[in-house]
Structures are given as C-alpha cells and as structure tokens.
Design a protein around this ligand. Sequence first.
Ligand SMILES: Nc1ncnc2c1ncn2[C@@H]1O[C@H](COP(=O)(O)OP(=O)(O)OP(=O)(O)O)[C@@H](O)[C@H]1O
Length: 241
Amino acid sequence: MSPSPEIMFKGCFFIENKQLFDASFVMPAGRWTCLLGPSGVGKSTILRLLLGLKTGGHFKGEISTPDGQSIAGQISYMAQSDLLLPWLSVVENLMIGASLRGDTHDEERAMMLLDRVGLGDHGHKKPAALSGGMRQRAALARTLMEDRPVVLLDEPFSALDAGTRADMQELSAELLTGKTVLLVTHDPAEASRVADQILVMNKSGMVVWPAPELPAIRAVDAPETLLCQSKLLAHLRALAA
Ligand SMILES: Nc1ncnc2c1ncn2[C@@H]1O[C@H](COP(=O)(O)OP(=O)(O)OP(=O)(O)O)[C@@H](O)[C@H]1O
C-alpha cells in the first residue's frame, strides 16, 4: 500500500462555458480536510474531478502530488447515494471491489467492519431489507473495506440519527487514521469535530477556515468544538443570505 499523499488541486470548472468555480487548495497528507459550502457551488464536482469521473462540464487546471505520482487507483469513494447493489447481500456488497478485481475475498474483514458499524447481524440481508441509515452504514463499511490511501466522502453521515452519526464519525476517524481524507459535509458540527483542515467554498473561491486547535477527533461538547461550530454556522448563513 502506497503512503497517503498530499494532493494539490488548482483550477477552474466550467459548465456550458460559464465558470462555476475557481478553486485552489491542498489536502495535507494523512489528514482530514472538510469541505463545506452552499448547495450547488461544486463540492461534489470537486470529488468527481479527483476521482477522474465525468462531470458534465469542463475542468481547466491541475490535480497533482508532490512526487508527481498519479492518484488514480489510490482512492476509495463514498457517494451521497449508497450505490449498494440490490441483488447482492450486504457482505457481498462489501467484497464487490475484490470481486471486480478478481482478488481473494476477505470475508472475515468484511464481517469485522459490518460489526464495527453495527450491522454484524445483517450481513446476509439484501440492501432493500435495511433502513436508510443502515444502508449508509453499510456503504461506509464498504468504503473502509477498500483500504486505499485516499478517501473521498460525500455527506456520508447525512441519513444517520444524531447518536449514530457521532459514533460513525469516531469510528471513521479511527479506521481512516493516516489516510488523506476529503469529507464533503453541510454540517458545521461535524467539520468542527473531525477536520484537521476546514475549507469553505463559495462562488468567489475557497477559503481555509480555522479548525479548532485541539487535535481531531474532538468531543462533541468541547468548548473549542462548540465555538468553531457556531462561528462556522454563522459564516455559512451569511454566505447563503
Ligand atoms: N452532469 C451535469 N451536467 C450539468 N450540470 C451539472 C452536472 N452535474 C452537476 N451539475 C451542476 O453543477 C453544479 C454543482 O453541482 P455539485 O453537485 O458539484 O454541487 P454541490 O456543491 O455538491 O451541491 P450539494 O451541496 O447540493 O450536493 C450544480 O449547479 C449542478 O446543477
């Protein structure tokens, strides 16, 4: 497994010849970056550009690493929708990456991860038999299963109840230690807990927002977390006004 790289992103993105954003940022190696901003500003598009997926627009710029290595093949991704295959069981969904690559299935690890996300008794079920929150936990376990140096998460905890969301933030922080993570979230409380770096995107560009000085992951009720959360919320509301 390659070490988790620092990633530099710099460029403009256009839809139908109209500029949607001009963004420049660095994702520090082995750290969590959280990306927030108004709906439609282009956050998911940035994830798709990092993944090398089609976007429906045109990107003019550069995505690079300090040693010039490509990040293709180094990324695991959790989309806003869970993308679980309905004809496979939950545990088979976790092993789909290995199946597609023709690798050996590590069912023991899949079951361990399902257990960690609270789905230890549901591995044999089809995704349709799970609630929305359970499906999202299964999708998170599938992302963790891939064990890549770079992890992109698009609102992974949005369908979870508040308690499970806090649990999943802690579990992800633990299991993704040392990976270069980009988490798109609309939740200032989440960013204030998990981020090493907070980025706020708007039409005029990207700003680095000061993350709490306490190391992540921070307690929900730590004064530093709460202060960052409230200031960030006020900033996001001002942007949306
Ligand atoms: N395939 C596509 N073709 C044309 N326009 C697209 C396509 N995909 C996204 N867009 C447009 O690009 C803009 C940015 O979309 P994107 O999904 O990146 O925003 P976002 O910031 O992630 O929004 P949200 O917070 O609501 O998820 C939106 O105006 C969207 O309508």
